[in-house]
Design a protein around this ligand. Structure first.
Ligand code: RFL
Ligand code: PHB
Length: 380
């Protein structure tokens, strides 16, 4: 097979890149190890920042988002005895939207613009420093496959082969805690997300729709999700989120999904090697506290699609040459913000750290500059 851009990975980065390239008149083929159903059902991110919503809307992918997504003006930040609302519209002139990654993925599949070969194995990249790179793989029926292209886009997440094909420097931070996340068939007990500092550990009340809640608890690394009964999870969430505080109640409901998510910051530089370009989780991972992972992936492919259209249609290499440096500026901003939110809100067991965190939280909610800094970063 021959195409202009061979894309590895049909997550949000890969499918959106194929969609934007098609709109720009550039052909692409995507290869993906998992099935279409598996990719569409993976429960991951839930918050889109304003710039992601604008980009998806301009790309013709905004109909369901605007009909079913929930626009939020801000978030609540809290610690025992205190809950404060940060109004992003007022502080930064921007809002955020609750719309699950699964929904973005469904919209991309429904658009039907991407040609995807699902359930491949043994994906390998070849000759990436030449003008004729190619990708080989084995199709689900055992037949060998090969895509010859002008460019390869590595959108294969943190476990894919693309990042290993870039001789690069990696910057990394691991954290001594994970998140236990649940999905529950119950109306959210809050109108906007609650980020809670608590001496027993961080908790987050998020949501997916008016009838589905998504909640998280800070837990030690290596926690087995089945070690927590549903009852224990709801009790711990109630404690950390302040059930009873000023009359607020957390309503429990049936838990339909439970998983543990490790926390990591990772940035690989550069994001390009010859004719191979990395985008999304293939190049960087952020801990989910700042809700940035999916938004960064969307931002990368917005830049990359413009660069590849210029390179392949107008033979103009300038944007492609600038891609890695331009993308990394925003990657590092989000890496810092995600690290800052994470270290401000997760307890380490050290009483000195706890006092610094509480002091910082008081400053963020009481200083317009502090609140605006958080709002500008969170809302994108
Ligand atoms: P994805 O979504 O991981 O997609 C990469 C795709 O590449 C495929 N792949 C291959 N295909 C072909 N050949 C190979 N050898 C391949 N190896 C892998 C994979 O099957 C997959 O389909 O990366 P992408 O597109 O860059 O999108 C990034 C986002 O998915 C990610 O940043 C966020 O979901 C991060 N994230 C979360 N972010 C949040 O803001 N809030 C969350 O609650 C949240 N939860 C999560 C998450 C990431 C998770 N992962 C990756 C472990 C929960 C999890 C479990
Ligand atoms: C989610 O809804 O999954 C979510 C929301 C905000 C975050 C992280 C995850 O910071």
């Amino acid at each position: 097979m021959r195409t202009q851009v061979a894309i590895i990975g049909a997550g949000p980065a890969g499918l959106l890149l194929a969609h934007l390239l098609a709109r720009g008149g550039v052909a692409a083929i995507v290869v993906e190890t998992r099935s279409q159903q598996y990719v569409a059902a993976r429960i991951r991110a839930g918050i889109l920042e304003q710039s992601s919503v604008s980009l998806l809307t301009e790309a013709g992918l905004g109909d369901r988002l605007h009909a079913q997504g929930q626009e939020h003006r801000g978030i609540y930040l809290q610690w025992p005895g205190q809950r404060h609302h940060l109004d992003f519209m007022d502080l930064a002139g921007r809002s955020v939207w609750v719309y699950g990654q699964t929904e973005v993925q469904k919209d991309l599949v429904a658009a039907g613009t991407a040609e995807v070969i699902y359930e491949v194995s043994g994906t390998a990249l070849h000759d990436v420093t030449t003008d004729r790179p190619y990708v080989t793989f084995t199709e689900s029926d055992g037949k060998p496959g090969r895509i010859d292209a002008d460019v390869i886009a590595g959108c294969d997440g943190s476990f894919g082969p693309s990042r290993h094909a870039v001789p690069s420097r990696a910057f990394e931070r691991t954290y001594p805690y994970s998140w236990l996340g649940i999905l529950a068939e119950v109306a959210p007990s809050t109108d906007e997300l609650i980020y809670a500092w608590h001496p027993g550990g961080f908790a987050l009340h998020s949501m997916r729709s008016p009838t589905v809640s998504r909640l998280y608890l800070q837990v030690p690394n290596g926690t087995d999700p089945s070690a927590w009964s549903d009852r224990q999870i709801w009790d711990e969430l109630a404690k950390r989120l302040g059930h009873g505080q000023d009359g607020w109640k957390l309503t429990p409901g049936p838990i339909t999904g439970k998983s543990v998510l490790p926390m990591r910051s990772y940035v690989q530089t550069p994001m390009r090697h010859g004719r191979l370009f990395l985008a999304g989780d293939a190049a960087h991972i952020v801990p989910p506290t700042g809700a940035k992972g999916l938004n960064l992936a969307i931002r990368d492919v917005a830049l990359l699609s413009r660069a590849l259209v210029a390179l392949l249609r107008s033979k103009d290499p300038r944007l492609a040459g600038a891609y890695s440096d331009t993308a990394l500026q925003r990657v590092w901003r989000c890496t810092h913000f995600s690290w800052w939110m994470t270290t401000m809100l997760h307890t380490s067991g050290d009483p000195f750290d706890a006092q610094l965190q509480l002091s910082q939280l008081r400053w963020v909610v009481s200083s317009r500059a502090g609140a605006a800094g958080l709002a500008e970063n969170y809302a994108g």
